[in-house]
Design a binder for this molecule. Sequence first.
Ligand SMILES: [Zn+2]
Length: 88
Amino acid sequence: MVRKKYYPVIKDEELISKVENYAEAVNDKTCTWHLHHRNAILFGWSLQEMKDNCIYFHCDPEDLIFLRPIEHRRLHAAARKRKNSRPD
Ligand SMILES: [Zn+2]
């Protein structure tokens, strides 16, 4: 399952099927997948940081990924750990 309320983050709703894991996400009846920005996961960027840099809304499909909730939490925890261990 996926939620349509997340779709403003993609530049064109018709491109949603090009987002990684889309087919698996829509066909999964056991949980609601989260549409996510790759950079938030990779670099631990916050929602506010992305909005400030104008990279939150209207993304290309390759900038996004569908994640299972459990994977979403795990990746954020890993990103936080990396960010906190980085010297300033
Ligand atoms: Zn997240």
